[in-house]
Structures are given as structure tokens and as C-alpha cells.
Design a protein. Structure first.
Length: 107
């Protein structure tokens, strides 16, 4: 488990501890996967950091989130010819992003 600044989190990361508002209301439960919408909600509540589960590759080796993001961006470049309409179709872009994340964890 690591505590990460909200401006450094990435879509797909899993929350390791409940995230509460300043008034104590649970905003995001432990185990939830971060989405763009969840991150925006946390920003609206001025949440500055969250605890995330460790990110591991398929072999169980821990990966630094920034390294995973770099790997993912490399994979997106490789997948672009396959997902030629990804920019026009939001669901296709999400699918390409998910595929890139899986491939990045395999490296």
C-alpha cells in the first residue's frame, strides 16, 4: 500500500483504504478502482492524496506507477494501428487503454 498524491494517480489503480470527505462521509470504498469520474469527484472534495494497492506485474513483482504509465504509453503506440477509430469512439479508447495496461504489466 502506498499513499499517492491525487495528481499522480492513474485510472485503473485500486484504493487500499476508504477515502472520506472532511466531514467523514465515505467517498470511495477500499478496493474500488479509480476512474476519471472518481478522480474528479475526489478533486471536488479537495482530497489531496489516496492510499492505493501496490501494482504488480504478472510475476508478482511490484511496479512503480510511473514506470507502469510509461510502459502503458509505449503499448498504446503499438496498439494504435489496431484501434484506428479509438479517438472517435470513447468506448474504443477505453478498450485500447485497458489492453495497453494489461500488456504493460506483462513486460
Amino acid at each position: 500500500m502506498k499513499k499517492i498524491a491525487l495528481n499522480e494517480v492513474m485510472v485503473g489503480m485500486k484504493i487500499a483504504r476508504d477515502v472520506n470527505s472532511p466531514r467523514g462521509m465515505v467517498l470511495v470504498r477500499k478496493g474500488a478502482t479509480l476512474t476519471e469520474g472518481v478522480i474528479k469527484q475526489l478533486e471536488r472534495y479537495d482530497i489531496t492524496s489516496v492510499s492505493i494497492e501496490d501494482i504488480e506485474d504478472e510475476k508478482g513483482v511490484e511496479i512503480d506507477p510511473k514506470e507502469l504509465e510509461k510502459r502503458k504509453m509505449d503499448q498504446i503506440e503499438q496498439l494504435k494501428p489496431i484501434f484506428v477509430k479509438a479517438e472517435a469512439l470513447p468506448w474504443m479508447k477505453q478498450l485500447m487503454d485497458a489492453a495497453a495496461t494489461v500488456r504493460a504489466r506483462r513486460l
